[in-house]
Design a protein around this ligand. Structure first.
Ligand SMILES: *Cc1c(COP(=O)(O)O)cnc(C)c1O
Length: 220
């Protein structure tokens, strides 16, 4: 067994069965992704549309592609024909754009609303109120080719596990509250290589893991 396969198998046995593993393959060569593919991995996450599209073109078509990075509205068109889920949606404008291109491709695209939970200023995301406004808006019901399937969040990048858990608990309780009014929400995308255990303890249904599978990256 090569090392990517070993790391994948280790991860698969340490996360629970009900938690979906998105293998974050950004910056990694197709040969690495293919090793994961051969080990059975089918869900891959990328954070740049151009890079993801290049990989999509070259790789087997049963791969499920997740865009986990920040998305500019003018680039949605490049992935609309194949992307399964877009994790970092943070505006109605972007939702409308995704819907428009999903219609053109006669598809439905799943979207997660990114919630700002980290205390760092640099992170993107919606406040709780902004997310509620989107979920309850009239406009959202007109967007028939997107499905808001849940929430996504990134904790502060810190060794302090208490801080990380505190932030995950905030998004967990939002998720539970939102689900009461919007029963179709079924995905809570939290947890990366350094904090996925804490995320799973806080109700994560989808973890996005890169370096623990593919090794460290030279750049983000
Ligand atoms: C890069 C990235 C990940 C994976 O990070 P690792 O620490 O390598 O597991 C997860 N989520 C997002 C949004 C990322 O950009």
């Amino acid at each position: 067994m090569n090392s990517i396969e070993k790391k994948l198998r280790h991860l698969q046995s340490s996360i629970q069965k009900k938690v979906t593993l998105v293998a974050v393959s950004k910056t990694k060569p197709i040969s690495d992704l293919m090793e994961a593919y051969k080990a059975g991995q089918r869900i891959f996450g990328e954070n740049k549309i151009q890079e993801m599209t290049d990989k999509w073109r070259e790789m087997p078509k049963d791969i499920v592609w997740h865009m986990i990075g920040h998305v500019q509205t003018n680039k949605v068109k490049y992935m609309a024909s194949y992307v399964d889920t877009i994790h970092a949606v943070d505006s109605m404008k972007l939702l409308k754009e995704i819907n428009k291109h999903a219609i053109k491709n006669d598809r439905t695209i799943k979207c997660l609303l990114q919630i700002k939970i980290a205390e760092e200023d640099s992170k993107y995301g919606l406040s709780e109120v902004e997310a509620i406004d989107i979920l309850n808006s009239e406009e959202i019901n007109q967007l028939n080719n997107i499905k808001i399937s849940g929430l996504m969040g990134m904790a502060t990048f810190t060794e302090d596990q208490q801080q990380v858990k505190k932030e995950f608990k905030i998004i967990q309780s939002m998720f539970e509250n939102f689900k009461a009014d919007h029963p179709l929400l079924n995905t809570l995308s939290i947890g990366m290589s350094g904090d996925y255990q804490a995320a799973i303890d806080c109700g994560s249904t989808m973890v996005r893991i890169g370096s623990s599978i593919f090794g460290t990256r030279n750049y983000v």
